[in-house]
Write a protein that binds this ligand. Structure first.
Ligand SMILES: [Fe+2]
Ligand SMILES: [Fe+2]
Length: 215
């Protein structure tokens, strides 16, 4: 059943509340380390390692808060039901990422970013702006965002403590999913964004990740 515009905005508001209140539930089980890996990581994380893992997982959680905002806004902005379905289905997988990173943060004794409402609001406005430029640009924005996130997660796999196999398993699965989201958006007709736009997106992401590491 196709929802009307008011219904879709109400659903969007519900997603925003759920994202920011920590009430997201994953559909897929949390990725866990291979049994062989678990034997390698016999030691518990020390306080310094736990702090680093907590900071990196907070950054990843903020990224997933932004992913919800971007996908919701872009789904609201398009008039094409097929593009909307694609955005909504990717957003569902991002809910898993959101729930996994949130749970891992709690296990590490850390907390989500205090600025999440701000990140959500900013990303939502950017998503609406991208959506207004038409579906090909909007999908191109998804391609570029997902590629940048994939690259960023690769960096986190290098920085996470080697013994933090639980976080590494989550980040590894997220990286694989983000790569898939980029491919799907490209196949759906996403165009390559101009280099200055890609550069501005990298800069914005740097400000967000740099801040979320601490706050
Ligand atoms: Fe994600
Ligand atoms: Fe994604």
């Amino acid at each position: 059943m196709e929802l009307n515009l008011v219904d879709r905005w109400l659903c969007g508001a519900e997603v925003a509340l759920r994202t920011l209140s920590g009430g997201s539930r994953s559909e897929r089980p949390t990725p866990s380390p291979e049994a062989a890996d678990e034997q390698v990581a016999a030691h518990e994380l020390d306080a310094k390692e736990r702090r680093l893992s907590g900071a990196l997982m907070r950054v990843n959680h903020v990224g997933e808060v932004c992913a919800q905002a971007l996908y919701q806004a872009q789904a609201l902005a398009t008039a094409d039901p097929q593009v909307r379905a694609q955005m909504t289905s990717a957003a569902r997988e991002e809910v898993d990422h959101l729930a996994w990173t949130e749970a891992r943060l709690a296990q590490l004794g850390d907390r989500p970013s205090l600025l999440n409402p701000l990140w959500y609001g900013g990303a939502f406005l950017i998503g609406l702006a991208a959506g207004r430029l038409g579906d090909k640009v909007s999908l191109g924005f998804v391609v570029e965002t997902e590629r940048q996130v994939e690259h960023h997660l690769e960096g986190h796999l290098e920085r996470l403590p080697p013994g933090d196999l639980a976080s590494r398993a989550i980040v590894g699965q997220m990286r694989a999913d983000e790569a898939q989201h980029a491919v799907a958006a490209q196949l759906a007709g996403g165009v390559t964004l101009p280099a200055p736009v890609r550069g501005a997106m990298r800069l914005a992401a740097k400000v967000m990740t740099g801040t979320a590491h601490y706050v």
